[in-house]
Design a binder for this molecule. Sequence first.
Ligand code: ADP
Ligand code: MG
Length: 427
Amino acid sequence: MEKAREVLKDVFGFQSFRLSQEKAISRLIVDNENALVVFPTGGGKSLVYQVPGLCLDVSLQITFHVCSFIYSPIYQGLTLVISPLIALMKDQVDSLVSRGVNAASLDSTQPPERSKWIKAEVLAGKMKILYVAPERLNNEGFVNMMTQVKISLLAVDEAHSRFAVELDVERVLCLTATATPSVSADICSSFLIAKEGVFSTPVFRPNLSLRIEVAETLDEKIDRVVPLLKTRTGPSIIYVTLQKQTEEVANYLMPHGIDAMVYHAGLPSDRREKIQTAFMESKDGVVVCTIAFGMGIDKADIRQVIHLYMPKSLENYSQEVGRAGRDGVTSTCVMFLSSLDIPTLEGFCRGDTCSKQDLELWLQEVATKVPAPDGTLDFNHYKQGKDYDIRANVLGLCYAHLELDHGYIRAITPFYSFYEITPLNSS
Ligand code: ADP
Ligand code: MG
């Protein structure tokens, strides 16, 4: 690990490791085991493979140098990074090259001479870190080349994306920003990662206040939302499930003197762009939108994120509330629960609605599976079918509140009244 700290300082110019970077790196280069890293965006995932990429290389070089009179030529290990976005790969490569690291990305946009040079460097054992898109693993020529080099580390960025890895690699590192316990279990079983190899940093945002409220009808919800909007201290986002709900809600708000913009994927692109710009530039704008809004939104001072309807998954929820308060200033996130919204949500997620019978069966099951006060809950149980998945996500939603809000009773109570279940551990 001394080598890793040296590389961190000398190559990257950083004084110390962040979060669980050090533990994860040690797992890879000291224990020689696979690992999964779950850090939020900006948490510093890249360093977890870049540092080993350089350390593993050096140690190999030394080993082979000592016995180079027996084994020649000197053979170096490669760190192969699978990354889904060409633009991100390029940024990473540029930054590595500027630090004197021999790194490159192989992609279809490159001139043939460049690809040829990269391949030669790889085959000569000179390339240290090589980035490719997942599709490249279907390319026979590429796979052939990879069987001729020693891959010390395979790093899979955004490990959600699925592909078969048929390469012989010494260790695997998977990286992702969001993973529920079941997604994380999935990745671990696909890439043979032991429990001890999972390093996650809870996305703890102390400046976000997360709240759930039960309100059955839209009228009821509007009654509660209007005061929140009237006293707002900055831009606010209101998420709804369906496109037509954006207009409906904006019309409900109008008589209260709240002039909300609407945004959804069904609007023409010039209109969408206009609204996005207006919101980005506003000091206290209100936008009623579907999940289509937010992709490119990196506005630091969003003070409220309101889910008028339940988001469709835990990942969606954490991503959407995560847009609030990026500047660190106290911000509020309120989500409304209503049993009336369940059919729409399920229809939206599954393409059809579940029968009353299904729901009852599921409720019985949930009744025996309530989370313990320590927050433990076996999500895998709900992984068997797609139907279960969505409902588990609804359940997971409340679980997130348990974790993030630390308000066990406050968070869990609306959930049970919502499903009319009596918590088992209340007696
Ligand atoms: P992620 O992939 O998790 O979204 P990145 O790997 O792109 O995050 O890192 C985000 C930023 O944090 C980068 O600018 C990176 O240089 C910086 N960073 C990462 N680790 C450290 C560290 N230990 N000390 C200081 N800055 C760091
Ligand atoms: Mg990244």
